[in-house]
Design a binder for this molecule. Structure first.
Ligand code: G
Ligand code: G
Ligand code: MN
Ligand code: NA
Length: 250
């Protein structure tokens, strides 16, 4: 309950932050975009990761306020980036199913001026498993607008195949738990190869997550994975402030 009160204050008082992690092309390590990852700059507890507060938000009807803040902030930030770069925003199943979700996306795009094609929404497999009519409706409204959908943590849920079947998925993100063992464990390698084949066979974009070293990057490149994300290419970090960016130029 204290957490809930604190979180309401955080939403009102500019304590939430978006960190951004690069998404790169594996062929040449060109930057393709960033995934937005929320943090809470708590006045006494320091910088909190999403695991410390997202569940509290989910359970206390703060989901839509928090989700709206993330979408608006991410679109505003991304509108100032070079035109080729896309932004990925994580969306909770609960928020996606709420009335008004697609209007919120439309408003975030309009207010920021970000072209819809530069926004990708990340959802998890369980979102698809429990997808109610409202979710399917919201998804079709945002994708008709040109926004794309990524299936996050691909391979870890019960419903990977169902999700691909039911929703207009554009990208799958191979979960980092598979990437961690891909070089050292033959059975994991076979599994990742299968996920890559499935994604490519369906004409989807595939991003490998959680790449921490160059052996993993090499393996994935050699096995046909085009895109990657992970500490090897960049940790989640705040956008440089305008002042810092100016300093870096001189
Ligand atoms: O950044 P970190 O690895 O600590 O993120 C942990 C989890 O929190 C990830 O599963 C990520 O998808 C989720 N997450 C991060 N930012 C957001 C956000 O803005 N909204 C939602 N719904 N989930 C987020
Ligand atoms: O569930 P989702 O994919 O949205 O979560 C992304 C999370 O993964 C973020 O919390 C981010 O901090 C974390 N992450 C990103 N890259 C790496 C990595 O290379 N290694 C590990 N262990 N975690 C990572
Ligand atoms: Mn994600
Ligand atoms: Na993931």
């Amino acid at each position: 309950l204290q957490l809930e009160t604190d979180l309401r204050r955080a939403l009102d008082g500019n304590e939430l932050r978006l960190f951004y992690q690069p998404i790169v092309s594996l062929a040449d390590e060109t930057l393709l975009g960033y995934e937005a990852l929320i943090r809470w700059q708590h006045p006494t507890r320091g910088l909190l990761p999403p695991g410390a507060f997202l569940d509290a938000a989910e359970n206390n009807r703060l989901t839509s306020r928090l989700g709206a803040w993330v979408l608006r902030q991410a679109c505003t930030d991304a509108a100032g980036w070079p035109a080729g770069l896309r932004v990925h925003v994580n969306v909770s199943a609960r928020h996606l199913a709420e009335e008004g979700f697609s209007d919120l996306v439309a408003a975030a795009l309009d207010e920021s001026g970000l072209p819809p094609e530069r926004l990708e929404l990340e959802i998890t497999e369980s979102t698809a498993l429990f997808a109610a009519e409202a979710t399917l409706q919201a998804v079709s409204e945002v994708t008709e607008r040109g926004v794309t959908l990524a299936l996050d943590d691909f391979g870890t849920g019960y419903s990977a195949i169902t999700a691909l079947h039911r929703l207009p998925i554009h990208t799958v993100k191979i979960d980092r738990s598979f990437v961690a063992d891909v070089v050292t464990r033959p059975s994991t390698a076979a599994l990742v190869q299968g996920l890559l084949n499935l994604g490519q066979g369906m004409g989807l974009q595939v991003i490998a997550e959680g790449i921490e070293d160059l052996d993993q990057a090499d393996w994935l490149r050699r096995h046909g994975c085009a895109m990657a994300q992970g500490y090897a290419f960049g940790r989640p970090a705040p956008l440089p402030s305008r002042a810092e960016a100016l300093m870096a130029e001189v």
